[in-house]
Every structure is written in structure tokens, then in C-alpha cells.
Design a binder for this molecule. Structure first.
Ligand code: TMP
Length: 200
């Protein structure tokens, strides 16, 4: 049976590294896995990603472009793969819009609810893995990057609001999330991921 799983966390939480390992482990078990990301995942979505990560814009535009890229992603990639019985693992989905545009930028939560209702009224991830790390740990990890995008360049208080945005979203629907302490040693995170895979 197909499943839709999303990975979330503040920039520097380590989710993308863990996603690769998670997908490989599922494939070793014989599952057909599609790995994708947001913003992105389609030709148009990847073009929007370049703009979103580099071009300053007002908050509403940012939110609508995130959801525009998402609609293409859902229609072209996510739904067809799920219909074909595949597992879809997406590096970010709508929780990121609530956390970054809602929490980080301060966009009205209700506007985001409306966009979510419009773009995917009948689709939600089966499970969301949220990699939680203290903001200062995430910032130290980002400090090793040679170039930082428009979001990564934000200050610590922005990421504190993003993290709080994720926690708010989790409180609204806790059974939907697995919260993973991303500051743990890699081996401990892998053990936790293995037990999540076993439960799926
Ligand atoms: P990534 O670095 O995890 O690939 O994500 C790209 C950036 O886009 C990241 O800083 C978070 C941001 N983002 C939003 O602000 N809103 C969204 O809805 C999504 C999907 C990503």
C-alpha cells in the first residue's frame, strides 16, 4: 500500500541527510520509493524554487508561490505516484509554509489554512517526521555552508519563530507527527528511524 511521508525541520536540522538513509532503507525492503522535495519536484516547481530562494518579495507572494509550486507537485508527482502504489517521501510540504511563512514571517495562520484547503483539501501526509533541534545547533551546522540562500540568511529570532510554528502545527494534530531529536548522535537518530519504519 502506498504511503506519503514528509520530512520537516528548521534549516540545519539534518532532515535531508536522514531522508536519504530512510529512503534507501525502504528500498532495501523492496518498496518502490519516490523521493521529492518542496519547493520543487517538477520543472515549474524547481524554477519557482530558484526565485523563492533568491528573490526578495512580499510575504503573501512568498506564500502563494510556495502553494503554487505545491499544486503542480501534487498533481504531477505525488498523486500519480500514490495511485501507482509507490511510497512518496517529500523533503518538506505544507507544514513548512505554516512554520516559515506563518511562524517565521508572521503571515496570518487562517490565510495559510485557506491556501491548504484550496490546494490539497483531500491529501495529507500519512506521517510527518519533524527533526527538532535547538536553533543555535542548527545555526552552527549552517555556518559550514559556503553560500546561504534567502531563508538561511535569516537571523536566529526568525528560526525561533519557525520552530515555534512547527510546534504549533504539531499541537494541532499530534498523532500525525513523529518528533525526532535531531541533536542526537547519528546512530541514535537511525535507531529511531528504524523503529518508525518497523511501525509503518
Ligand atoms: P530546503 O533548504 O529544506 O530545501 O528548503 C528550502 C527553503 O524553503 C527552506 O529554507 C524552507 C523554505 N520553505 C518555506 O519557506 N516554505 C515552504 O512552504 C517550503 C516548502 C519551504
Amino acid at each position: 500500500m502506498s504511503k506519503f511521508i514528509t520530512f520537516e525541520g528548521v534549516d540545519g536540522a539534518g532532515k535531508s541527510t536522514h531522508l536519504v538513509w530512510f529512503a534507501d532503507t525502504l528500498r532495501q525492503r523492496g518498496l518502490d520509493v519516490v523521493v521529492t522535495r518542496e519547493p520543487g519536484g517538477t520543472q515549474l516547481g524547481e524554477q519557482l524554487r530558484v526565485i523563492l530562494l533568491s528573490q526578495p518579495m512580499c510575504i503573501g507572494t512568498e506564500a502563494m508561490l510556495m502553494f503554487a509550486a505545491r499544486l503542480e507537485h501534487i498533481e504531477q508527482v505525488i498523486k500519480p505516484a500514490l495511485r501507482a502504489g509507490k511510497w512518496v517521501i517529500s523533503d518538506r510540504f505544507s507544514d513548512a509554509s505554516f512554520a516559515y511563512q506563518g511562524g517565521g514571517r508572521g503571515l496570518d495562520w487562517d490565510k495559510l489554512n485557506q491556501l491548504e484547503q484550496w490546494v490539497h483539501p483531500d491529501l495529507q501526509p500519512d506521517l510527518t517526521l519533524f527533526f527538532d533541534v535547538p536553533v543555535e545547533v542548527a545555526r552552527q551546522r549552517l555556518a559550514h555552508n559556503v553560500s546561504l540562500d534567502r531563508f538561511e540568511q535569516e537571523q536566529a529570532d526568525f528560526f525561533e519563530r519557525v520552530r515555534a510554528g512547527y510546534h504549533k502545527r504539531i499541537r494541532q494534530n499530534p498523532q500525525h507527527y513523529a518528533v525526532i531529536d535531531g541533536a542526537q548522535p547519528l546512530e541514535k537518530v537511525k535507531q529511531q528511524l528504524e523503529s518508525i519504519i518497523a511501525s509503518l
